[in-house]
Design a protein around this ligand. Structure first.
Ligand code: UD1
Ligand code: UDP
Length: 378
């Protein structure tokens, strides 16, 4: 079986490590994989750093599409992917998640009748102002294999008319829907020990374990809206001063740009010069999971970081009004605080107190890659 895997944004590159590793170690005789990087993310610390660190094969193709308006960026990707698919004639195209690279792969492949394998299918925020919601709904509806990380995802698909009792051979009109667990968990289990041995990020940043809150922020709804961005940073500043806690915040390039453009000059100055706030460029995956493992608490609007907080049994404040990863909130391990300083501070105070969160294993066994490859070769 020949797969073309599309990657483009940081979390997709990281997820590709788990699938490539499973192919290399367990399916090398049955499956070949051609990696295509759309170039959606291109900075060394958003893309290049992960290949060596996570032993991901170098992409055979890099479309070098870069940043741009959604239509322009996605359009260039569709054109590039279509050409590659027509040349390579794969049996399947593999797409991760919900980025513009995902949608481009879905449109290109479905038009030339290449079956789509969608990893992270079925997730919904039910917020159609979110670009990712559009990308994932459209991708799911042209997929042949829908591999969901959760039962919630499967239930969402059933609500949209998908069935779980279809029989093989699966096609775009008779798709297979499966809960295989979360492929990010494969990586967390595989790399957590290694990361501690190989990484000196705490020393580099000069922070002690359990004395800091780890923060990431990059959703367009937060970064591109001046009022929300100022509210979030107001809340972070109050947190640092009221609770005498340190913050570590690896900044997505989009956030760095928007902080200069949209934060009030006083707030920008206070945040940038505060001795308890460590702003830094994006860190590598191994560095990130070490930061997560030793954080007191995590504040984020990232999908991946929400889940990693859960994997490492850390309470999480989610800077969104809704989440696709509802199980974490249902378990009481995370609180949805939107961009509201009062809710953020209340949630922090709550987690500071005596809480007993049970981190039940709700994201599978950490063998999602092997499970889904087994289904593909049937
Ligand atoms: C994208 C995904 C989002 C995902 C995130 C992961 C879409 C619609 N969004 O958001 O779902 O959670 O990736 O990180 O696909 N930039 C750089 N260097 C880079 C990459 C980006 O400077 O290497 C800057 C550019 O100014 C660019 C901006 O970041 O315009 C946004 O990048 P883009 O890829 O469009 O969206 P993300 O916010 O990264
Ligand atoms: N991540 C990283 N370095 C950072 C920030 C995040 O390696 O500086 C990793 C993080 O551990 C997780 C993934 O990137 O595995 C999440 O990606 P991101 O937050 O960009 O996107 P999302 O998951 O929201 O789509």
């Amino acid at each position: 079986i020949k797969l073309i895997t599309i990657i483009g944004a940081r979390p997709q590159i990281i997820k590709a490590s788990a699938l490539s590793r499973a192919i290399r170690t367990r399916f090398a005789h049955q499956i070949t994989e051609v990696l295509v990087h759309t170039g959606q993310h291109y900075d060394e610390n958003m893309s290049g750093v992960f290949f060596d660190e996570l032993a991901i094969p170098q992409p055979t193709y890099n479309l070098g599409v870069g940043s741009g308006n959604h239509g322009e960026q996605t359009g260039r990707m569709i054109k590039g992917i279509e050409e590659i698919v027509l040349t390579e004639r794969p049996d399947f195209i593999v797409l991760y998640g919900d980025t513009n690279s995902t949608l481009a792969g879905a449109i290109a492949a479905s038009k030339v009748y290449v079956p789509i394998v969608h990893i992270e299918a079925g997730l919904r925020s039910y917020n159609k102002t979110m670009p990712e919601e559009i990308n994932r709904v459209l991708t799911d509806h042209v997929s042949t294999y829908l591999f969901s990380p959760t039962q919630t995802g499967v239930n969402n698909l059933i609500r949209e008319g998908f069935r779980t009792d279809n029989q093989p051979p699966y096609t775009i009109d008779n798709p297979g829907v499966f809960n295989v667990g979360d492929i990010m968990y494969d990586n967390t289990l595989y790399f957590a020990g290694l990361a501690k041995q190989k990484t000196y990020i705490l020393e580099r940043l000069g922070v002690q374990p359990e004395t800091y809150v780890l923060v990431t922020l990059h959703r367009n709804a937060n970064t591109d809206d001046a009022s929300r961005l100022n509210s979030i940073f107001d809340a972070l500043l109050i947190l640092v001063e009221k609770y005498r806690i340190n913050l570590v915040m690896p900044l997505h390039p989009r956030t760095l740009k928007q902080m200069s453009a949209l934060l009030s000059p006083e707030l920008h100055q206070s945040i940038s010069t505060h001795p308890a706030i460590q702003l830094c460029p994006p860190v590598s995956y191994l560095e990130m999971i070490v930061l997560e493992q030793h954080a007191k608490l995590i504040i984020t609007d990232s999908g991946g970081v929400q889940k990693e907080a859960y994997f490492f049994k850390k309470p999480c404040i989610i800077l969104r009004a809704e989440t696709e990863w509802v199980e974490i909130v249902d378990q009481g391990a995370a609180v949805l605080c939107d961009a509201d300083p009062n809710q953020i501070l209340q949630a922090f105070q709550f987690f500071e107190g005596p809480t007993s969160i049970t981190f039940n294993p709700i994201y599978g066994e950490g063998d999602a890659a092997a499970q889904l490859l087994n289904l593909l070769i049937l």
